[in-house]
Ligand binder design. Structure first.
Ligand code: PLP
Ligand code: TYF
Length: 390
C-alpha cells in the first residue's frame, strides 16, 4: 500500500526552522515561523504559566479522562475572555488540540450541515486552505490584501460577501492578520457585520493572537460585533500564542447561536466528530489556562506579561518603520499593522538572497515575524531591505 503513496512536501514554514538551525552564522536572524521571541531571541515559558504548572503538579489528583468536550471550566473562562458576557447569544464550546484542531472541527461541521462553501480572503495562513480543503469544502477565494500597496482590499471583501449565498461560511481573522498584520477599521467591521447579518452568512472567526494587536479587549471587539450580528457563528480560539503554550496544543471551538438548544446541538456534533478522530483533547494546556484565568493573581500577572509582549512588538514595529522610512514610502504601514506579521513586497529571489547573503530567514512569501527582530538588528535589517523595497 505505501508504494502507492506519493511523498508529500514539508510545511515550508516549519521547514524554515531546520534551514535556520543549520546555518552556522552567529549573526543570523530568524523572521520565520510565528512564535513570539524576546530580545534575546528566546520563547520563554510565561511566569504565570510556570506558576500554574507548579500548582497543578502539587494539586492534580488524577489523570483520568475529562469530559468529552474537555475541561468545562476552561471553556467557560475562555469564552468569557473571547466572547465576553453581553452578547445575548448562547455559546457552546469544545476544547480542541490547538486552534488548528478548532478550525478542523469547524470545517467538518460546515461540511456536514452547511452549504459546503467557505469564502476565504487571500493571502491567509496557508493551513486555512489546507484544512478546509481536507474536509471537502468548496473554498471560494477573494483578494483581502494588496501587497505592493499594503492596502486591505475592502471593496473586494464586500463584493465577495455580497455575492455569497445564504448559509455560506466566511473565514475572518479576529485580529493580527496572518500574514499581513492589516485589519479592518471599526467602520469596516460594522459593514461586515451588516452584510453577514443581511445575507445570513456564517462567520468562522479565527482568534489566534488575542492581546498581540491593540489590547486584550480591543482585539476581540470586531469578533464580538460579528457574533452579535450573525444568526450563527463559529469561533476558533488558539491559546498557543496568547499563553505561550504552543506545544501543549490548546484551543477551543465555540458554536454561537440565538438559542441554547441550537448551540448545544452544534456542540454535540462537534464532540461526535472529535470522538471519531482523536477522542478527547490533551488536558495539560487547558488546565494551565484554567488555573491562570481563575486566579486573580495569576490572571493579572498573565495580562501584564501579554501586555509587555504587545509593547515589545509595537516598539519593534515603530523602530523598523522609522529605519525604513528614508527608503520606502510605505514604511509607516509597518507601524500601523498589528501582531507578529507583516508581508513585505519582496520577490522570491530577494528572499533567497537575504537568506544566502545576509542570514536573514523568512518564508518566500516575504512575511516577516516582527518578534524575531532584536532591537540591535533593526538598522542592519533595514539597510538590506531598503534597496529591495524602495
Ligand atoms: N490561526 C492562525 C491565523 C494562526 O496563525 C495559527 C498559528 O499557529 C493558528 C490558527 C493555529 O494555531 P495552533 O494550532 O498552534 O493553536
Ligand atoms: O504562521 C505561523 O508561522 C504560525 C505557526 O503548520 C505555524 O501560525 C505555522 C505552520 C504550521 C503550524 C503553525
Amino acid at each position: 500500500m505505501f508504494d502507492k503513496l506519493a511523498s508529500q512536501p514539508n510545511d515550508p514554514l516549519l521547514a524554515l526552522i531546520g534551514l535556520y538551525n543549520a546555518d552556522s552564522r552567529t549573526d543570523k536572524i530568524d523572521l520565520g515561523v510565528g512564535v513570539y521571541r524576546d530580545d534575546l531571541g528566546n520563547t520563554p515559558v510565561l511566569r504565570s504559566v510556570k506558576a500554574a504548572e507548579k500548582l497543578l503538579l502539587e494539586t492534580q489528583s488524577s489523570k483520568s479522562y475529562v469530559a468529552p468536550e474537555g475541561d468545562r471550566v476552561f471553556l467557560d473562562l475562555l469564552w468569557e475572555l473571547v466572547g465576553g458576557t453581553q452578547s445575548g447569544k448562547f455559546a457552546a464550546g469544545v476544547q480542541t488540540p490547538g486552534g488548528s484542531g478548532a478550525l478542523r472541527l469547524a470545517s467538518d461541521l460546515i461540511a456536514r450541515a452547511g452549504t459546503g462553501r467557505l469564502h476565504l480572503g487571500l493571502p491567509s495562513w496557508p493551513n486555512h486552505a489546507g484544512i478546509f480543503g481536507a474536509t471537502g469544502l468548496n473554498v471560494e477565494t477573494h483578494t483581502y490584501f494588496d501587497v505592493p500597496t499594503q492596502d486591505v482590499r475592502f471593496a473586494s471583501v464586500m463584493k465577495a460577501l455580497s455575492g455569497a449565498q445564504r448559509g455560506d461560511a466566511v473565514l475572518i481573522h479576529a485580529s493580527c492578520h496572518n500574514p499581513t498584520g492589516a485589519g479592518f477599521t471599526p467602520g469596516q467591521w460594522e459593514e461586515l457585520a451588516a452584510v453577514i447579518s443581511e445575507r445570513r452568512l456564517i462567520p468562522l472567526i479565527d482568534s489566534a493572537y488575542q492581546g498581540f494587536g491593540a489590547g486584550i479587549e480591543e482585539d476581540v471587539a470586531g469578533l464580538r460585533s460579528l457574533i452579535t450580528a450573525a444568526p450563527e457563528a463559529l469561533v476558533a480560539v488558539s491559546c498557543s500564542k496568547s499563553f505561550g503554550i504552543y506545544r501543549e496544543r490548546t484551543g477551543a471551538i465555540f458554536a454561537v447561536a440565538d438559542t441554547q438548544a441550537a448551540a448545544d446541538t452544534a456542540r454535540s456534533n462537534l464532540v461526535t466528530m472529535a470522538r471519531t478522530s482523536y477522542s478527547m483533547p490533551p488536558d495539560h494546556g487547558a488546565a494551565v489556562v484554567r488555573t491562570v484565568l481563575s486566579s486573580d493573581i495569576l490572571r493579572k500577572d498573565w495580562m501584564d506579561e501579554l501586555n509587555s509582549m504587545r509593547d515589545r512588538l509595537q516598539g519593534l514595529r515603530q523602530q523598523l518603520s522609522n529605519a525604513l522610512a528614508d527608503g520606502w514610502q510605505l514604511a509607516p504601514q509597518i507601524a500601523e499593522q498589528q501582531g507578529m506579521f507583516s508581508l513585505l513586497p519582496l520577490k522570491e529571489s530577494d528572499v533567497l538572497t537575504l537568506r544566502k547573503e545576509h542570514g536573514i530567514y523568512m518564508p518566500t512569501s516575504g512575511r516577516i515575524n516582527i518578534a524575531g527582530l532584536k532591537g540591535a538588528d533593526i538598522e542592519r535589517v533595514a539597510a538590506v531591505l531598503k534597496p529591495l523595497l524602495g
